[in-house]
Design a protein around this ligand. Sequence first.
Ligand code: F6R
Ligand code: ZN
Length: 192
Amino acid sequence: MSINPYSLTIDLKACIMKPFKKRTQVRLSSLRDYFMDRKAVDDMLSSGKDLIIYEYFEYSNPESEGHVNIGVTIINPGRIGKEYYMTRGHYHEKSAAEVYLGLSGEGIILMQLKDGEAQALKIMPGKIIYVPPHWGHRAINTGNEKMIFFYMYPSNAGHDYQLVKEKGFSKIVIEENGLPKIIDNPRYKSRN
Ligand code: F6R
Ligand code: ZN
């Protein structure tokens, strides 16, 4: 499908990308199964705090060969227990890579293969991260301010959220003595 050239604008102060086709806000209640400390999640939720953990603005293009989708993700600063705020994380259904570019704040992009082999790379303004095909990916805000990054991936990549929801990531990122630390995930299910 042929579409006309266009441009988009990222406003780092207002934390938006304009125009966008979809704005997704992800609240704590929908992330309960992803954090290690479920009691900490429940305590926050029962005190009436269903905070927005992250949101993303996406400008999607036709889901056909050759197009890419582009967008911006904003993760708020904070922790659930010791674990920093993070995205759900997913695998692409097709053999499709993704590129992230750090724009503001700092964090970690955690990546893993389906056998659990993991790699973690720091992201900060100006840092480009290449997520190769087959690597599941999750973004974690380890700083005190909003972490913002640009992303781009093939429009026909597809998203598999189920595997991460069921098994988790083999590593998690927690705060220890004021610093981020990557540890084995005690809840990780390495087998089916
Ligand atoms: C798209 C992608 C990112 C994430 C976004 C939110 O393929 O990797 O744009 O979609 O950072 O994370 P998820 O989708 O894991 O909730
Ligand atoms: Zn992705």
